[in-house]
Design a protein around this ligand. Sequence first.
Ligand code: FAD
Length: 356
Amino acid sequence: ASGEGHVLDVVVIGGGQAGLAAGYHLRRQNLDFVVLDAQATPGGAWQHAWDSLRLFSPAAFSSLPGRPMPGRPGEGYPDAAHVVAYLSEYEKRYELPVVRPVRVSGVHRDGARLRVESDSGVWTACAVISATGTWWRPFLPAFPGRADFAGRQLHTVGYRGPADFAGQRVVVVGGGNSGAQIAADLAVRDDIALTWATRRPPRYLADDIDGRALFDAATARRRALDAGRTDTGGVASLGDIVAVPPVREARDAGLLTASPLFARMERDGVAWADGSRAEADAVIWCTGFRPALAHLAPLRLRGTRGHIATDGTRAVDEPRLHLLGYGDWTGPASATLIGVGRPAREAAREIAGLVR
Ligand code: FAD
């Protein structure tokens, strides 16, 4: 499958939604490209999500460029399997040249080109779009006593469903959407004793606000910043947790109450500074992700907090490299289904200009 000897216009690294959106716009620019994806099958990170995960927007507001996500009758908020089916269909429909499984190990400067090395050979291109997501780099905070805890510890990425915790005492850490959804999943089970620990009290968005409003807020913020106006504060001002139906139901039934974050972990549980304790068989860390950028290390790019300095999607120190997805730092709502289309279009346009 390797592209040895042939110089492409663009190599896209990652075949999740961001890589596919890039492919859609590269095709429209008539560029010669390939998408390299480490997964064996289509769907990116969505293939690994837990069963009860619900999107925080209805299908109509979760669409990639060109093709609306089909709705599901009676189901406002699609599950991850629906997204996998949509992405599979999307890459087929647009005949996107995705090669998998290919894991890229490093991107190197090679004169006027970039050389992409992988476990399945080498590709050479005029430009690279990195769209490798964050799921592959779960973040677990350092925490006093964590090594002493004798029970099971896992991150969001390891959570499948409540059945794995039947009869157990479980601590869920984190007040974001993952923490709230997983806590809700466990809270409604009679046979699971849940402690939900959050650094600050959970902040729910109003029940009628969902991902649509988050997208609008991110876009408004970008426009304000572009126009030199005051920072509107973006999505953070709205709250942290979208009250998708399962979360709302658990909360309204009084099952979803949060404790402050504990001070340390002990052999058989967690302990707060005031001396109170909760015994636990398992702790689930819903503490977020970092961008998966190890393959870019050979380029030695400047960055802060695990990010790379960008102007739009373009790496400031390597104009042949664009970054797509990951977070708002590569474009407003770039790490969402509906938000990635616009930065993908801009990246493809800029690259078309560079190549020609
Ligand atoms: P990914 O889906 O992670 O795809 C990246 C691809 O790159 C993967 O296939 C991976 O295998 C591959 N890859 C990684 N490294 C390499 C390498 N070195 N070489 C080759 N391939 C590589 N967004 C919404 O719009 N709505 C939601 O409701 C929503 N809910 C979310 C819930 C959770 C729990 C999480 C974590 C995220 C959610 N998001 C949501 C955000 C975002 O849409 C997802 O994170 C999405 O998966 C990001 O897509 P991506 O293409 O950027 O990355």
